[in-house]
Write a protein that binds this ligand. Sequence first.
Ligand SMILES: Cc1cc2nc3c(=O)[nH]c(=O)nc-3n(C[C@H](O)[C@H](O)[C@H](O)COP(=O)(O)OP(=O)(O)OC[C@H]3O[C@@H](n4cnc5c(N)ncnc54)[C@H](O)[C@@H]3O)c2cc1C
Ligand SMILES: NC(=O)c1ccc[n+]([C@@H]2O[C@H](COP(=O)([O-])OP(=O)(O)OC[C@H]3O[C@@H](n4cnc5c(N)ncnc54)[C@H](OP(=O)(O)O)[C@@H]3O)[C@@H](O)[C@H]2O)c1
Length: 603
Amino acid sequence: MAIDLIPSAFLARPLKIVVIGAGISGIQFAHDATTSLSGVDLEIYDRNPTLGGTWYENRYPGCTCDVPSHTYQFSWAPNPSWSALYPPASEIHKYLENVADKHNLRRFMTFNTECNLARWDESTSKWEVVLRNVVSNEQKTISADVFVYAVGRLNNYKSPTVPGQDVFRGKQVHTANWPIDLTVKDKRIIVIGNGASAVQCVAALQPVASKIINIARGPTWILPHVFSEDGAVQRQYSTEQKQALQSCPAQYYDFCVTLQKKLAAGFPGLWKGTNSQAKFTSLAQSFMESKIANPDLLNALLPEFEAGCRRFTPGSHYLDALQQPNAVYVQDSINKLTENSLITESGNKYECDIIVYATGFEPYQPRFPVIGSAGRSLTAEWDREGPCESYMAAMVAGFPNFFGEQGNALSLPIISNKCLTVFNPPICPVNGSAIPGIERASDYMTRVLSRLQTDRLRSVAVKEQAQTAFNHWVQSRMPHMVWSGPCNSWYKNANGKVIVPWPGTVLHYYAATEIIRWEDFELDFENPAEKYGSFGNGVTADGFVPNKFPWLHPPTTVSRPEKRAELATRVLAAPSNILFRVMSQVLRMLGGGTHSRERSAKA
Ligand SMILES: Cc1cc2nc3c(=O)[nH]c(=O)nc-3n(C[C@H](O)[C@H](O)[C@H](O)COP(=O)(O)OP(=O)(O)OC[C@H]3O[C@@H](n4cnc5c(N)ncnc54)[C@H](O)[C@@H]3O)c2cc1C
Ligand SMILES: NC(=O)c1ccc[n+]([C@@H]2O[C@H](COP(=O)([O-])OP(=O)(O)OC[C@H]3O[C@@H](n4cnc5c(N)ncnc54)[C@H](OP(=O)(O)O)[C@@H]3O)[C@@H](O)[C@H]2O)c1
């Protein structure tokens, strides 16, 4: 009896993927999972009431992007309508909300839901994820094939513990948790720290506060706003400029390339001992000397380490603010608080109404346990004292550990997907705009997951020795990078090891991840004796007559879609088309065209 031919080659098997975090990384992954993978059941959880992560949480006065807006957007969601060169956090947040809506990604997201535990369950070969609704306190446990850790690196804010915090009668806030109803006008405000958050909020608070005192432990490099033509702190785009970018794709593209080139031109300064680095430090020094009139202030702020050792911040507005009559800069540490004041280590007392902790974030230490098999804990591995390693800024070896399970895995009916993918782990591109690196990491993850789905694999896991070798290269490069200099920074672990930035350009990261080094992976086939089982019956899911052929490319010249459709109709209506119709009918009878038509109907 004749049978219908059903494609069986490289079919994507269903995967349930749970993502924690609906910031830029979670949104990017949702986009890629829905456009590059099929058969995915995607669930994204975030403890916040909405998406956006950083850009929802950071609403302190003065919070803006520090790279040009047109470089800080998804490549697949360009926005020619940014209001300014460095848009405020609220506008970036709105952009992310709009992108999620336009691409219908919100349907995967559940908010007000905190992840409290993720554990690889050896008995079911699934990730067990414990979630808690932060409003109702209800808990639930779900299981997933793949766990995506997109919780952000600058998300776990840290405030110092200071004696007297409980007796201080004023307000104490962290920049990353700013109360929307906080009144700052005419208040005496102390800002602790001089990183990027402090720089932005001191500049914004100084004009409205009655007094502003900035207390920091050490010097820091402050740079000019190099992207505005005249060094201005901000540049609003006029209606005409926005209209030009909106209406002319070529002009918009050229504009973006110019900005990207300028951003990329800053990278050579990150290599220690180079002429570019020396020039960069000397330019930064000249800038600070030209801006700071008071020699004591210059002495306190001007570092001896190279510019770029700590992440530098554009901040001429900060230097202006510090030199106003109502501003004081204090180089000291905090000792204790009293009912109405802060007392420093050197014993000076500063009365205040509000204390702002601009004291940064705990970059990696997970806030909830992530446990691999054999009880391996990400908390221990990414602790301030831990090795803090990952692989290609996208995966972590040993989560879950493939050892111990392999023996009985063959007899298990369940397919395991031993794959933990991570965004912004130790060693990933952080300089310039973070978004290209996030996009590339997501693309890398989806390529790995695609093979997991379509090649009859039980699991894909990075080999421990591959991760070690990769990190060996990373650490061999760090002494050549400016970050390894003698400065305090969140790029370093407690023991001084540089654990955050990828030691190369973003282009280098793209090149390094161009191919997947499959020799670095443990590939566990469903049936090791049939490694080519996925080749199936020789027919792919596209069937026989797809709408697109991979070897045929549409014309690159842009013509209006209707025109192209018109042309295509005329071509198909030609007499020779009879042959096409006959062929189509024959193929349909063979069962070929049906599948691809079903797919396009669904699409
Ligand atoms: C003030 C500030 C300004 C910045 N400016 C720039 C800039 O100008 N340019 C640049 O390139 N980068 C900048 N960054 C870095 C910025 O963090 C990244 O560019 C990017 O936003 C990171 O996105 P993400 O999705 O990886 O992380 P996040 O935006 O941090 O999102 C992580 C999400 O995970 C959620 N989450 C965390 N833990 C849990 C849990 N247990 N359960 C459930 N959900 C959880 C959080 O609620 C959050 O929504 C800035 C960072 C800060 C803090
Ligand atoms: N778009 C932007 O412009 C922007 C804005 C904000 C943040 N960011 C991103 O977020 C990163 C973090 O910036 P951040 O400013 O929030 O943090 P940060 O760069 O880590 O700076 C924290 C500051 O707080 C001080 N500090 C920390 N703990 C302290 C303590 N116990 N007592 C006294 N001082 C203490 C630090 O001093 P020491 O140096 O002495 O430790 C430092 O000056 C940035 O590097 C950047 O990537 C970007």
